[in-house]
Structure formats: C-alpha cells, structure tokens
Design a protein around this ligand. Structure first.
Ligand code: DAT
Ligand code: MG
Length: 140
C-alpha cells in the first residue's frame, strides 16, 4: 500500500505576479490532493539561503535566492498518496522549454529561473522545507 505523505509546493513570484495562483491550486485540488496548509508570504534572504542550501556554490545559487525573495509567493502543504512524485510529474522538467506538454512548467514557466513552481523532491527535503515555510499553527 502506498503511504500517505506530504510535500511542500511553492508558487513562485512569477506565478503570484501573473495571477496564476487559482489555476495552479485548482490542478492540485482536482488531482485529489488535500491542502493541509496554505499561505502567502515573502521569503527572507536567510530563509531562502536555508531553503536552497543544497544548491549552495552552484553558479545559479545567488540568482535563485534573489528571485525567490523578490516578491510574494504562496506555500502549500499538500497531502496524499505518493504526493511527492505526483507533484513533480505535474510540474514537469526544471527548464520550461524542456518540460513535457501539459505540465505546469510547460504551460506557464517563463525560463529555467522563473519556472513558476517548486515541489519537494524527497520525504526528507519535504520535511525540511515545510519547517522553513510553515509553523505548527498554520496547520488548521
Ligand atoms: P527543480 O526545481 O526542478 O527541483 P533544481 O532543484 O535542480 O530543480 O533547481 C532548483 C531551482 O534552481 C530551479 O527550480 C530553478 C533554478 N535552477 C536550476 N538549474 C538552473 C540553471 N541551470 N540556471 C538557472 N537556474 C537554475
Ligand atoms: Mg529541486
């Protein structure tokens, strides 16, 4: 039996700025995932550096931190069977130009940086990322 799990999704600044929040949340809801927590926030530089610490030292790291802190984002904690891999499939490849047709990044992504959504890639990273974005009180 598949285990019920949770993941963190971020609707990045380009999604919020272009008014795509409803459309993207709708896709996850329609897929049957449960929203366990959801909020709009603006990441601090410190949180962003911790959030993206696995990418520290890579050439795009500074731009990544600058981008995710550049405007409001929406964080979602989604729950469901196999939710981590299903969300990753729904997002598509990192580079929207290479993302499979019908994926969120293919449909809305602007470029490899402004690629509209983040989704955790493992149980371990999901727990780490959820703790950066959400407090206990955010789970209603
Ligand atoms: P993903 O978001 O698909 O998990 P990742 O973890 O490899 O991709 O990278 C995190 C983010 O960093 C990604 O969403 C966008 C940015 N990024 C990755 N590779 C990049 C590159 N070559 N140039 C610019 N930004 C990049
Ligand atoms: Mg990643």
């Amino acid at each position: 039996m598949e285990q019920e799990m949770r993941t963190l999704v971020l609707l990045k600044p380009d999604a919020v700025q272009r008014g795509l929040v409803g459309e993207i949340v709708y896709r996850f809801e329609k897929k049957g995932m449960k929203i366990a927590a959801m909020k709009m926030l603006r990441m601090t530089k410190g949180s962003a550096e911790e959030f993206y610490s696995v990418h520290e030292g890579k050439p795009f790291y500074n731009g990544l931190v600058d981008y995710i802190t550049s405007g409001p984002i929406v964080g979602l904690c989604l729950e469901g069977e196999n939710v981590i891999s299903i969300v990753r499939t729904m997002m598509g490849k990192t580079n929207p130009a290479e993302a499979e047709k019908g994926t969120i990044r293919a449909d809305y992504g602007i470029d490899i940086g402004k690629n509209t959504v983040h989704g955790s890639d493992s149980i371990e990273n999901a727990e780490k990322e959820l703790s950066i974005v959400f407090d206990e009180a955010d789970f209603v």
